[in-house]
Ligand binder design. Structure first.
Ligand SMILES: Nc1ncnc2c1ncn2[C@@H]1O[C@H](COP(=O)(O)OP(=O)(O)OP(=O)(O)O)[C@@H](O)[C@H]1O
Length: 650
């Protein structure tokens, strides 16, 4: 099997070169090699997480080709523990069980308890998982939670990327022992990449695959390694004073140059030596004889455990719990909104109220009123946009892990995240908008205040959709800032408030026409000023040479001067709805790009996936049962996997 990726200037880079391996069920295998040897790439090939267009060769499971359902019977534990820090291990497992197990809640609880117990997590099940800022579980415990989440579905094959990295030697040994028990006692096939294990950990593996520069240089039982490297063909016996793993890594790194003495790998072609060796029979990791072929049943899993609406409900619940359990985020956010609302209200205190003596609005109240309305709109968008973008790096990693492990489909996840953001930010907008409305003295007649709050909620929703779109495409907050400000500033500038409509040059009018701030401001201005009556204008003071300011008798005159008319309400509502829908679809496509990784670069890939994304989202909303390549195809084929010895052959 070869894995070749496009390189610079149309060249090709071979990452895995003539790799041919097999793995036994019920065994624990280590993938080792110097940095850049291709371990992670091999793991992604095995777990079907690489682009098939870059692969040549075959992957067989149970000696059958094209194991498209492999994802349903396997699980990949990534190197980084991507977990929701605000939950406890039991809560995390509980949400995962609801998503992945189609059984009664009593059965789910029993399964969760058994998994927690098998990973020695029972006594920590109610401890907060935590993160760097908020201490909770230790690194080793977090790693075990990561593994536990995948064990819920009883996978036949477990892939782990560096499960011991960042752990102290005792924790690393504990984790390896758990993996050994999973392989030996529960007859799972466990394959993991590992860096510089201690001799004790190294010896607990059954098999070893050593890679160097994308080629196999050893693949057999761990117990045979020393004999092979000491054999006359290789003649590099590990010295007694050095950890054999460190020695193998060192000589492999030196393999390309040097002097070729027995203490180094200099000038020696390990891959060719392995190809020519007696140990290298074509099925390289041999049957140990410990477990008879056919002993293990591969689990049949035809589709997602629960339907897409249940996925949506469970994920929505998880987003809500995650948000609300972080009391500082939840209460702090709400407190901040109220404080900002009161502060803004105090700054513009009573500015929009009619003159108490004459019962009419004054000409002086117009500009501050517009200012307060604009600040509310601006804040509704920005206060939703930034928090959404900020959490995307964490949520993206979690999404990638869970989606790639076949936990749920994308549309329920996207809508659950969008809707939860919209709900929370709507509450926040109301908390901020209410004191502003009342303190500034905005028009409270009829439905005007609910319309004002609803407009803020719509702007919050637009901010959430835009945040999901931008957050999906960028790698970090710095990149997000580089995109957000240049995108939003022109839309704010040409919203009709900062630069009045009649002062906008013709060539910038298109910005006014696409600015969602302009449509929302138009709505709020109609809401505030329609039907208003203004006091007479004061005559210019003697000697005042300034041109007289515009003077309005009615709200309609004022609105007309800003190119706003009462008839525009329908247009404004439609424009905001279209903006929200468009940004939601773009956000969905962007998220699909993140998990799908289409070829053609970020933008090309993103646009390439747009059509499929639209079909997915529309299909889900309309309840179509779509069949396509990819995940659903996986589901179909997963059901066809038989039981028996699991073998990969490339
Ligand atoms: N998509 C890609 N495009 C170009 N090069 C790639 C790609 N994926 C991997 N590589 C290259 O392939 C080689 C193997 O990468 P891989 O991540 O599999 O190595 P590794 O053995 O896991 O390394 P490490 O131990 O440092 O994580 C590296 O040289 C890497 O730069």
């Amino acid at each position: 099997m070869y894995l070749t990726v496009p390189g610079p200037k149309g060249s090709k880079k071979t990452i895995l070169n003539d790799v041919s391996l097999s793995f036994e069920s019920g065994s624990l295998t280590a993938l080792m090699g110097p940095s850049g040897a291709g371990k992670t790439s091999l793991l992604s090939v095995l777990s079907q997480n690489c682009n098939p267009a870059h692969l040549s060769g075959q992957v067989l499971v149970n000696e059958s080709p094209s194991p498209a359902g492999l994802k349903r019977i396997s699980a990949l534990v990534p190197q980084d523990d991507v977990l929701l820090s605000s939950l406890t291990p039991r809560e995390s497992l509980s949400f995962m069980a609801r998503l992945r197990l189609n059984c009664s809640s009593a059965e789910r609880d029993a399964k969760i308890s058994s998994v927690l117990s098998s990973l020695s997590l029972t006594e920590h099940q109610h401890t907060l998982i935590g993160n760097v800022e908020k201490r909770g579980l230790s690194g080793g415990q977090r790693k075990r939670v990561s593994i536990a989440l995948e064990l819920l579905i009883n996978p036949s094959i477990l892939f782990l990327d560096e499960p011991t990295s960042g752990l102290d030697s005792k924790m690393a040994e504990d984790v390896t022992q758990i993996l050994q028990e999973l392989a030996h006692d529960q007859h799972r096939t466990v394959i993991c990449t590992i860096h510089q294990p201690s001799y004790r950990i190294f010896s607990s593996f059954d098999s070893l695959v050593l890679l160097s520069k994308g080629r196999v240089v050893y693949a057999n039982e761990v117990a045979q390694t020393q004999a092979y490297f000491s054999s006359p063909a290789v003649n590099r016996p590990p010295p007694s004073y050095e950890n054999p793993c460190d020695f193998y890594m060192r000589i492999l790194q030196e393999g390309d140059g040097g002097h070729g003495d027995a203490e180094s790998g200099g000038g020696f072609d390990f891959a060719s030596a392995w190809s020519a060796s007696d140990l290298n029979a074509r099925n390289l990791v041999p049957t140990s004889g410990r477990w008879a072929p056919g002993e293990i049943e591969l689990v049949n899993r035809k589709s997602y455990a629960v339907n897409r609406f249940s996925q949506f409900a469970i994920l929505f619940h998880r987003f809500v719990i995650d948000y609300m359990k972080d009391k500082s985020k939840f209460l702090g956010g709400a407190g901040l909104k109220i404080t900002v609302g009161v502060m803004v209200g105090v700054v513009w205190l009573d500015q929009a109220r009619p003159d108490a003596d004459i019962g009419l609005y004054t000409q002086d109240s117009i500009f501050p009123t517009q200012g307060a309305l604009f600040v509310c709109l601006f804040s509704a968008v920005m206060d939703t946009l930034f928090p959404t973008v900020m959490v995307m790096p964490t949520t993206k990693s979690l999404l990638k892990r869970e989606y790639k492990n076949g936990v749920y489909s994308l549309p329920p996840y996207f809508y659950a995240q969008l809707l939860s953001n919209v709900c929370f930010q709507t509450v926040n907008s109301v908390l901020m908008g209410t004191p502003i409305y009342l303190l500034v003295g905005l028009n409270t007649s009829g439905w005007r205040m609910p319309i004002f709050l609803a407009s803020l909620a719509v702007m919050s929703s637009i901010g959430a959709a835009l945040g999901l779109f931008i957050g999906s495409l960028v790698e970090n907050t710095q990149q997000a800032q580089q995109i957000v400000m240049p995108t939003l500033v022109p839309l704010e500038l040409f919203s009709g408030y900062i630069i009045p409509y009649n002062k906008i040059p013709d060539y910038f009018l298109f910005l006014y026409n696409i600015s969602f701030f302009a449509y929302a401001l138009s709505l709020l201005e109609i809401n505030q000023f329609s039907g208003a009556e203004f006091s007479e204008c004061s005559p210019p003071a003697p000697g005042d040479t300034c041109p007289p300011a515009a003077c309005f008798q009615t709200g309609e005159q004022l609105l007309a001067s800003m190119n706003v008319y009462e008839d525009d309400v329908g247009r404004d509502v439609l424009a905001l709805a279209v903006t929200f829908s468009l940004l939601s679809f773009l956000g969905y496509y962007a998220m699909r790009y993140v998990v799908g990784g289409w070829d053609g670069g970020c933008f090309g890939g993103f646009m390439g996936g747009a059509l499929g994304g639209a079909r997915d989202a529309a299909g889900w909303l309309c309840g179509w049962e779509r069949k396509k390549g990819g995940e659903e195809e996986d589901e179909e084929r997963a059901g066809k996997e038989g039981g028996g010895r699991m073998t990969y052959v490339f």
